[in-house]
Design a protein. Structure first.
Length: 690
């Protein structure tokens, strides 16, 4: 019995040696990829040690248990026996096939149940728990199918030969792995915006078992002689394991700024690993960590973190921005201390006419417009917008207050900075805007306008008022951004994944034009209308007349450009309808967007920023804002303005009383040709689960 532990030690050091060597090879490859000096090398090796060591221990324990049960070399013996014993090979292959089919059925059942029990409910924790219970109950039912499936697979495998030195089992496993890899590659490259996935950070760590297997095949195959000549292999493996434990404790403690940048910006694994470790090493559990230069300036005080509200004069740097905030006198240019606008309507410096139509284009960068000088294939992509701009006052420096729709739309609709909008829950991807916010439509309705929204998108679902328009949308979606609308037609809205691949613009334009024609014929009350066009938002769909010729990030940007060209045609239809109905003469038309798109202009946390919602760089917040006002002289102005100025400007053009809560300013003087007092623009990135 005293010799019993030896097989365990043998298996353990084998697993440690092979997997840690594989981890070292990948780590050195990551060092080369990261580049830029050597100061970051210990920290990067430490991260790879944290990846490789658990895998190495697991492999070592399994090998050791196998050695103790079946003797040394049991794994090689198993493959040899499968090659020699065709009946055993056939049986094991049939078992694997039956298990794979049952496993696939289980995955299908779970995925279908997950939509109803988790994705479509607001309380996802309860839904996930219920899904777990249902899954456990499903497993025995599916397990009953194993026996007949095994019997059928065994008959089929009788006609499948081995492949040279490979047994049926090995050939089957390799074949399934290859097919699975090809299928995954097809889905990622053809069905997803794969450039945003930062695939290097996923693929390189996944190579660890592949490299380890290659090392094992060489070391116990053609390289066996070399392996046998290495002295004290067990000791070397154990020392390597000890170093893998100590290195993270030493190398990750106090990184320099250069090391932090190298690891989080350029390494394959750094950004994901540091994010994971910061989530685990959060001593005060406030959602922020000080680990590896993290943003929490006091990880022992849950009231101090970057998301906290600064309390001026309390002697504490509450939000970690570099000291205690100072108590200042009221400053009308400061967004938190802005003086409320007058609550009584004032005589407008310029009349907006009778009606107002806001054409709201989702995800449209200003610098992609022909009026901004942009061309592709030697021409502007936006001839209709360019023609409109020649009739309008164009604000060349207009900025959104947030880089994504769920934060930007409530901001400009309520004329509030994103952190001031009242939500049911702040830390939420799609918060519900509370009724006590004062929206543009509520102000216009109080001013005697009929308020109308035209869209076809999940974000504008209102089940209380229009239960038939959101049949396919998740039940918890309730932005409440439509408050104040007399009518909001959101027919044919698709769910979140389907909406991203939807071409909704033509049907939105069709029903908006029909409504404009109806309003023109009735010559009834004045109206305020918002038309939402989604097309420039990913996933980008191919349209007739636009052929993709680029690949990679340039290809992604080309698709975006062609979506802009497509939506420009839809905008042309809306503008033509206003002319044909005669409404153009009496209607102020606003063209704007809620945010832009990134396309790799900047890197953050080791990942190229290709889409929106993650930063507030210029490419995400510099947006179009144009007003075509009857009687106003067209011009381009370089005044810095904000989207929260949209609602106060519309109210001012029509003599509507602006709510006292609004934070923006009226741009009506600029539309009349006057100079605006210079003010800065503010944008904010608020945390959300995604």
């Amino acid at each position: 019995m005293s010799e019993r532990p030896a097989p365990y030690r043998s298996g353990l050091v084998t697993g440690l040696g092979v997997v840690l060597l594989a981890g070292l090879i990948l780590a050195l490859g990551d060092v080369v990829h990261t580049g830029g000096g050597v100061g970051f090398v210990p920290a990067l090796l430490a991260l790879w040690a944290m990846i490789a060591l658990p895998v190495a221990l697991a492999v070592g324990i399994v090998l050791g248990a196998g050695n103790a049960t079946w003797g040394e070399g049991w794994l090689r013996g198993m493959f040899r026996r499968l090659r020699e014993d065709h009946e055993l090979d056939r049986t094991v292959a049939a078992i694997l096939i039956a298990a794979a089919i049952v496993g696939g059925l289980l995955a299908l059942v779970i995925s279908k149940l997950a939509i109803g029990l988790v994705a479509d409910v607001q309380r996802k924790t309860i839904g996930a728990l219920l899904l777990g219970v249902v899954t456990v109950a499903t497993i025995p039912v599916l397990a009953l199918a194993l026996l007949p499936l095994y019997r059928g697979a065994r008959r089929v495998m009788a006609f499948v030969p081995g492949f040279g030195p490979l047994s049926r089992v090995v050939a089957l496993v390799v074949g399934v792995a290859v097919v699975g890899a090809l299928a995954a590659a097809f889905v990622v490259t053809r069905k997803l915006d794969y450039q945003v996935l930062n695939l290097g950070s996923l693929i390189v760590p996944a190579l660890l078992p592949v490299v380890a297997l290659a090392i094992a095949l060489i070391a116990w195959g053609p390289g066996a002689g070399v392996r046998e000549r290495v002295p004290r292999r067990g000791t070397i493996a154990l020392v390597a394991a000890g170093l893998a434990v100590l290195l993270p404790l030493v190398a990750l403690r106090s990184p320099s700024a250069a090391t932090q940048a190298a690891i989080t910006e350029r390494s394959y694994v750094g950004a994901r690993m540091i994010k994971l470790l910061r989530g685990l090493i959060d001593r005060d559990h406030d959602g922020y960590s000080a680990f590896f230069g993290g943003p929490d300036c006091d990880d022992g005080n849950a009231a101090v973190h970057p998301g906290a509200t600064e309390v001026p004069g309390n002697g504490i740097d509450d939000n970690c921005v570099g000291g205690d905030g100072k108590v200042e006198s009221a400053n009308p240019q400061h967004p938190q201390q802005a003086q409320p606008p007058p609550t009584k309507p004032t005589k407008p410096a310029l009349s907006g006419g009778k009606n107002v139509v806001v054409i709201f284009v989702d995800t449209l960068r200003y610098d992609k417009l022909g009026v901004a000088g942009y061309q592709r294939d030697g021409q502007s992509l936006t001839p209709n917008i360019d023609a409109f701009a020649k009739q309008a006052v164009v604000f060349e420096r207009a900025y959104a207050q947030a880089p994504n729709t769920p934060r930007s739309v409530p901001s400009f609709m309520t004329s509030h900075f994103p952190s001031q909008v009242k939500y049911d829950k702040r830390f939420k991807d799609y918060g519900t805007v509370l009724d006590d916010n004062d929206t543009l439509f509520e102000a216009m309705k109080a001013g005697g306008f009929t308020t109308i929204g035209e869209s076809s998108h999940f974000y504008f679902c209102n089940r209380d008022k229009y239960p038939d328009s959101c049949d396919g949308v998740v039940k918890w979606m309730k932005s409440n951004i439509t408050q104040g609308a007399d009518l909001w037609d959101n027919a044919a809205a698709a769910n979140i994944p389907e909406s991203n691949k939807d071409t909704a613009g033509p049907r939105v334009a069709k029903k908006a034009i029909a409504k404009l024609e109806e309003l023109a014929k009735a010559d009834g009350p004045k109206f305020a209308m918002i038309v939402h066009l989604f097309e420039p938002h990913s996933t980008y769909m191919e349209h007739p007349g636009f052929k993709y010729t680029e690949r990679g990030i340039p290809g992604l940007e080309q698709k975006y450009d062609y979506e802009i060209a497509f939506v420009d045609g839809v905008i042309g239809q809306l503008l033509d309808a206003l002319e044909k109905t005669g409404l153009a003469k009496t209607t102020t038309v606003v063209l704007m967007s809620d945010h832009g798109e990134a396309f790799g202009v900047h890197n953050v946390a080791g990942q190229q920023m290709l889409f929106h919602g993650q930063t507030v760089y210029n490419e995400l917040v510099h947006v179009p804002l144009m007003f075509r006002v009857p009687g106003a002289a067209p011009r381009m102005t370089k005044d810095v303005v904000q989207l929260i100025d949209l609602a106060p400007t519309i109210a001012a053009l029509f003599g509507v009383a602006p709510p006292a809560s609004w934070q923006g300013r009226s741009l009506a003087p600029a539309l009349a040709g006057e100079a605006l007092p210079p003010q800065p623009a503010f944008s904010k990135l608020l945390p959300a689960p995604e």
